[in-house]
Design a protein around this ligand. Structure first.
Ligand SMILES: Nc1ncnc2c1ncn2[C@@H]1O[C@H](COP(=O)(O)OP(=O)(O)OP(=O)(O)O)[C@@H](O)[C@H]1O
Ligand SMILES: [Mg+2]
Length: 264
């Protein structure tokens, strides 16, 4: 079977004032279509760097990334990114932030009316249709994050790349968005790579958790299969021994790889 998304022996060395710095070394990962992958690891280990290489925003210095057999060497609408610090344009309304992306990607294939409907549909998915005329400055952080997700989904990307998408949110909003993301993933079957620091979030959402070693020259330390049945409900899982076993595996990995300054 051919691999959908392949990260092949990826390494990257940055040139800095103090000489060169090898952030990633020999990262290899093969991802199937529709898989939900979480990447977890300590701060500074290279998670965002890896995601940016898959997005085509950074060039690997070794190896490369293949999507459906084609090399990724620049950003493209087939890979939408949601950054931790939502990147909405402050002078545009919620609606226009999403609509702009829709026009760019689907301008050639959908009529104006269809593009309007599609924009509204995606805003409704994240329950932001009611706030469509507000500017980013008038909505909360969680709402901005939801608009960022709607914008990414509206581009119908083959691959959704999420860099700590819920990192800045309160626990309730976070839980709500995790549930929406699970539902959207179930419905649309996107391939997702999500960076997170949250162990529960990674186990709840993922098919596999990629755990990274610390840098420099960081690489994948361990990959954990999350063989919990879907749909998953957080309330049921809390009492599930297998869920708790998987959760403990991730914690064990993270504590076994604490950065020197944090080791207890
Ligand atoms: N453009 C750059 N030039 C030099 N070094 C860089 C550059 N970008 C990242 N790095 C270094 O590469 C390493 C990995 O950074 P990266 O942002 O990928 O970490 P991360 O795992 O996403 O961390 P966090 O969890 O804090 O977001 C860090 O040591 C960082 O200082
Ligand atoms: Mg990061």
């Amino acid at each position: 079977m051919s691999v959908y998304l392949s990260i092949e022996n990826v390494g990257i060395t940055f040139k800095t004032d103090k000489g060169s710095f090898c952030a990633l070394d020999d990262v290899r990962l093969r991802i199937d279509k529709g898989e939900f992958i979480s990447v977890i690891g300590h701060s500074g280990c290279g998670k965002s760097t890896l995601l940016n290489i898959v997005a085509g925003l950074l060039q690997a210095t070794e190896g490369g990334v293949l999507l459906e057999g084609r090399e990724v060497d620049s950003p493209g609408p087939d890979r939408a990114v949601v950054f931790q610090n939502h990147s909405l344009l402050p002078w545009l309304t919620v609606y226009d932030n999403v609509r702009m992306a829709v026009d760019k990607v689907l301008g050639g294939t959908k009529t104006k009316a269809e593009r309007h409907d599609w924009t509204m549909h995606n805003l409704a998915l994240v329950r932001m249709d009611q706030a469509k005329d507000k500017k980013p400055g008038e909505i909360s952080g969680g709402m901005k994050q939801r608009v960022g997700i709607a914008r990414a989904l509206a581009m119908e990307p083959k691959v959704l790349l999420l860099d700590e998408p819920f990192g800045a949110l309160d626990a309730l909003t976070r839980a709500h968005l995790q549930d929406s993301l699970m539902e959207i993933h179930h419905r649309l079957g996107n391939t997702v790579i999500m960076i997170t620091h949250d162990v529960d979030e990674s186990v709840l959402l993922s098919d596999r958790i990629v755990m990274m070693n610390n840098g420099p020259a960081a690489t994948i330390g361990q990959i954990l299969d999350i063989d919990l049945e879907r749909p998953r409900r957080r309330v049921d899982l809390a009492a599930d021994p297998h869920y708790n076993h998987l959760r403990a595996e991730v914690l064990r990995f993270l504590h076994g790889h604490a950065p020197a300054s944090h080791a207890a």
